[in-house]
Design a protein around this ligand. Sequence first.
Ligand SMILES: [Zn+2]
Length: 271
Amino acid sequence: MLRLICIAILFSAVAAHSEPVSLRQSCINSLKKYKSFFKDESLDKVCERAEKTADCSSANGEPIYHIDQKGISKTPKKILVISLIHGDETHAGSLGRFWLERLSKLDARNSWRVIPVANPDGVAAKTRQNSAGVDLNRNFPTADWNENALNFWKKEARSSIRKFPGKESGSEPEVRCLMQHLDAYKPDFVISIHTPLNVLDFDGPKVKKPNYSYLPWKSLGNFPGSLGRYMWVERQTPVLTTELKETLPVNANVFEQLQDLIGSLVQADLK
Ligand SMILES: [Zn+2]
C-alpha cells in the first residue's frame, strides 16, 4: 500500500512539474512583478491575447511573447513597443504593463504591438545583459558592426561587461526575435523603453518637439549594434528611446500623456 502511495505521489509530482506553462500564464507571471497603476486586475484581459512567433524564445527557453491591439482610425499607424531589452531596468516593465492595460480599455487610433519582456533571462537574473552576457542593444547587425562594435566597446565603453556587444552581430536569439518582429510587423514607429537617464531620445526625422515636461526631448545619438542605428539610420523607421527616471511617478498621468502624444506624433508628423 505504502509503495502504491509513494508511486502515486511521485507520479503527480512529475506530472505537475512537466506541465507546460501556458503563454497566458507566463504573461501574467512576468507582468505581475511590475507596479500596476490600475485598481482592477487587468492582466487577465491583457494576457488572454498573448501570442508568440515561432522562434521567439530566450536562450533559456522562456517565451518572448507579444500582444497586438488593432487601431480604429481609418489610417492607423503601426507602433511597436519593446520593453525590458535590458533586464534590470524594472520601471520599463511598469510602463509596458501600464500601456498594455490601458490599451485593453480604450479604442486606440493606432495599432500597437507590445513586447513587454524582450529579455526574460536578464529579468530573471536581474541583469542588463542576456544569459550569455550580451547587451542586446549592441547586438543588432548594423552595417558597421564587424568593423566597429568591438572597438567601440573597448574604447568608448571601456570594455564594460554591461555593454558587451557579443562575439558576432545578431548572435543572440532575443535579438533575432526582435528582428523578426521588425521585418514582419513593419512598424511605422518603434519605442524602446529603458531607465534611468530621464530623457526622450529620438532617432528620427525632424519633428515638432512635443510639449511634454516630464522627460526632456533630446537626441543622445546611437551606437554600433543599437536598435536606433539599425532601424533609423539604416532603415528610416523612427525609434523613440524612452529613458524613464530612477523613480516611478506616483500616478500614471504622465505615462498616459506620453502614450497619447506618441499617437498624435505618429499620425501627424510622420506621414
Ligand atoms: Zn537600457
